[in-house]
Design a protein around this ligand. Structure first.
Ligand code: FAD
Length: 306
């Protein structure tokens, strides 16, 4: 068996792999695709000490760093179940079973998409999912935030300090965000909130976003907004479906971890966007990957067969 098997090859998994391998223990990394969400990111300007980079470039450096160590990398493989049988067993989609004394789950998350025409085409060209990451790209421009939950209203307040104007489009007749956030948003004169608005299409000129169409669900009227950016804030979904009923998850499906990254199953640790950590960012995922790896090492040296 491995000493540590990491499931996931994004920033959290890569960081966990380097930290584990540096302890000289038998380390494996199994991932669907190396790089995770970073592979889909165009500009990255908040990875501290690197002023500006691009997703694929950062992924190449991550891979190079991991490959510098003795890590068994298995890509193109999806984990479908985790169980305990003395060791921890990770079952893969192809039927194979991997054994390890400890594992680190770093399967990340995915942004819920609107699934309207133009969204995929203009992803990274005006359609954005992370206000902390991409907000500054829309300085003095007009943007929309799709979704009036906590993340949507927080994004609108955050963006209002950077951009010219923010329109929040909420599908429902009420906002689901906390009152204190809604009050704050109403107090800012460059935020407009539109309820009962169903976004139907992202508009663009072939290179970048120019606006969107939405339907007023009360009048049935079709409306157009001219915009440079569209922030989609309708939920971040953790990739934890395969862990249901084995490991404690929050209501939203995030793996519950403690300060060392330990989960409810002994020997199983977790890191990054798949966990209930407070903010979902590259630097945070890497930090938690390091913590989980050190946590796993602490666990291993306390086991009687080591
Ligand atoms: P992920 O990056 O999601 O990686 C998950 C890994 O797990 C992948 O390798 C995936 O293939 C694998 N995996 C998933 N399920 C399975 C399974 N069942 N079996 C095996 N493998 C599996 N953050 C910033 O700090 N700055 C930015 O500028 C920035 N911009 C962003 C732009 C976009 C468009 C997006 C989507 C995100 C952005 N983020 C940014 C957020 C950042 O990318 C994430 O916080 C970070 O990637 C989380 O790392 P992770 O390792 O936890 O998960």
């Amino acid at each position: 068996p491995y000493d540590v098997l990491i499931v996931g090859g994004g920033p959290a998994g890569a960081s966990a792999a380097v930290y584990a391998a540096r302890k000289g223990i038998r380390t494996g990394l199994v991932a669907d695709k190396f790089g995770g969400q970073v592979m889909d990111t165009v500009g990255i300007e908040n990875f501290i000490s690197v002023k500006a980079t691009e997703g694929p470039k950062l992924v190449a450096s991550l891979e190079e760093h991991v490959k510098d160590y003795d890590v068994d990398i298995m890509t193109g493989q999806r984990a479908t179940a985790v169980s305990q049988n003395g060791n921890i067993e990770v079952e893969l989609e192809n039927g194979a079973k991997l054994q390890s004394k400890s594992i680190i789950l770093a399967t990340g998350a995915r942004w819920r998409q609107m699934n309207v025409p133009g969204e995929t085409e203009y992803k990274g060209k005006g359609v954005a999912y992370c206000p902390h990451c991409d907000g500054p790209l829309f300085k003095q421009k007009d943007v929309a935030v799709i979704g009036g939950g906590n993340s949507g209203i927080e994004a609108a307040i955050d963006l209002a300090g950077i951009v010219n104007h923010v329109t929040v489009l909420e599908f429902d007749s009420t906002l689901r965000a906390d009152d204190v956030l809604v009050k704050k948003a109403h107090s800012l004169n460059n935020i407009t909130i539109v309820k009962n608005a169903q976004t139907t299409q992202v508009l663009g000129d072939g290179n970048k976003v120019t606006g969107l169409h939405y339907t007023d669900r009360v009048s049935g009227e079709e409306k157009q907004l001219n915009l440079s950016g569209i922030f989609v804030q309708i939920g971040l979904v953790p990739n934890s479906e395969f862990l249901q009923n084995t490991i404690d998850l929050t209501e939203r499906g995030e793996i519950i971890v403690d300060g060392q990254g330990a989960t409810s199953m002994p020997g199983v640790f977790a890191a990054g966007d798949v966990t209930n950590c407070a903010y979902k960012q590259i630097i945070i995922a890497m930090g938690s990957g390091a913590s989980a790896s050190l946590g796993a090492f602490d666990y291993l040296i306390r086991q009687s067969d080591n």
